[in-house]
Design a binder for this molecule. Structure first.
Ligand SMILES: Cc1ncc(COP(=O)(O)O)c(C=O)c1O
Length: 424
């Protein structure tokens, strides 16, 4: 074709780190994959049974359902999250079911961000926020969390926002701020004080908040997840995004949702009805059933929302111990299922790893580690904007939502590595 083929909005977006690292992991079959964030253990029995029932029960579940969500699902999402958010939610007006949280994010950006609008993104960020802003015609404005020397450097809580710097990012063109708590990749759980700061700036500058809370159930120790929509004046300007994939350990089902006030949600519905139109019915029916089951036992020790974080905390601690024993410096996450590790010692001891000169160190390190040490992790610089990548190229991210056998295989690789390090 003689004409320009691709739309201009795709410029600079051709490379996707996930495609690259999934390919790398597949090419090194004997490497232990602690890269991409998905569980490699079975989902809970009640979830499997719910899906089986959805597939083999009512044959009408093979057909289209309502465009904005399968009614039993929108209904239970409204009542379940309505209680948590302190709002009376109308399933038809305040809930939209999407293809995963990815779908929710894309729909939100398309619905709200206009040409030239500024979108504040807190770094490190789940990497799709930047291309989604750009594809909507917006301008990403970045503000970095930085390790505060007065805090416990071994915890993700030490990564904090500078209030003055954050305030300086708001301009009359700011339309949206994207928040992610618990955060991917750090596992930081934003405290009430930090959320109040974000909320007051959003209110002061009349800015909307897209709050990605997909890891809301994965919170450890004494930390508590707080939805920013529960803070005064924030419901009216916040979209709260969730994912059944992360909630019930079923990432392949790709069911997500957005909750928000009707005057904002109606614009998301416009995007949805002109793009996806509706999501797979059976997966929605299964998720509805999972929430029905959880509602009965919410807050009790038998609840998956209690059991999952307990089990994941044990895996987190296992991984921290193993990495420390080899001399790594893990940053203990307060939430999510990721763990960030400081590799600056490696950077000073072996700075010249193979790779292109412009490639951030953490990318070269992870590629070297996959090939030579049989461990797959993700470079943290991919969670930063281009100009900041060089400043944050000495961290890598491991995922610990893995079965015991995988963590043991990790231990073996690490112990072998430790023995080699002794000869350094
Ligand atoms: C912070 C964050 N938001 C959204 C998503 C996407 O979730 P889903 O699989 O439901 O599309 C992910 C997946 O890793 C994530 O880490």
């Amino acid at each position: 074709m003689a004409k320009r083929l691709q739309a201009r909005r795709l410029e600079g977006m051709e490379h996707n780190p996930w495609v690259e690292y999934v390919k790398l992991a597949n090419e090194h079959k004997d490497a232990v994959n602690l890269g991409q964030g998905f569980p490699n253990f079975p989902p809970p029995d009640f979830a499997v049974e719910a899906f089986q029932q959805a597939v083999s029960g009512d044959y009408m579940l093979n057909q289209y359902t309502m465009a904005f969500g399968y009614p039993p699902l929108t209904k239970i999402l409204a009542s379940f999250f309505g209680k948590l958010l302190g709002q009376e939610l109308d399933p038809l007006a305040n809930v939209l079911v999407t293809v995963g949280a990815y779908g929710a994010l894309f729909t939100a950006f398309q619905a709200l961000v206009d040409e030239g609008d500024e979108v504040i993104i807190i770094e490190p960020f789940f990497d799709c926020y930047e291309p989604m802003t750009l594809m909507a015609g917006g301008r990403p404005v970045f503000v970095s969390l930085k390790q505060s020397p007065n805090q416990d450097l071994d915890s993700s809580s030490s990564w904090q926002l500078d209030a003055t710097e954050l305030a300086s990012k708001f301009t009359p063109r700011t339309k949206v701020l994207v928040l992610n708590t618990p955060n991917n990749p750090l596992g930081k759980v934003f405290s009430k004080v930090e959320l109040e700061l974000v909320a007051s700036l959003c209110r002061q500058h009349d800015v909307l908040c897209i709050s990605d809370e997909v890891y809301q159930w994965l919170v450890y120790d004494t930390n508590q997840h707080i939805s920013i929509a529960t803070l005064p004046g924030m419901w009216d300007r916040t979209l709260t995004i969730g994912s059944a994939g992360k909630t019930f350990s079923v990432t392949g089902w790709k069911v997500g949702w957005v909750l928000g006030p009707e005057n904002i949600m109606k614009h998301l519905r416009t995007v949805h009805q002109n793009s996806i139109y509706h999501c797979p019915t059976q997966a929605q029916a299964a998720v509805a059933q999972c929430f029905e089951q959880e509602r009965e036992i919410f807050g009790q020790s038998s609840s998956y929302f209690v059991q999952l974080p307990q089990a994941m905390q044990r895996k987190r601690d296992h991984m921290i111990r193993s990495l420390r024993s080899v001399g790594f410096k893990p940053v203990a996450p307060q939430g999510s299922y990721f763990l960030t590790v400081d590799i600056s010692d490696f950077k000073s001891k072996m700075p010249d790893l193979p790779g292109a000169a412009h490639e951030p160190y953490d990318r070269r390190f992870t590629k070297w580690m996959i090939k030579n040490k049989g461990l797959v992790a993700i470079p943290v610089s991919i969670f930063y904007s281009g100009p900041h990548q060089k400043d944050f190229d000495h961290y890598i991210r491991f995922c610990f939502v893995k079965e015991e056998a995988t963590l043991q295989a990790m231990d073996e690789k690490l112990q072998k590595w430790k023995a080699e390090l002794k000869s350094w």
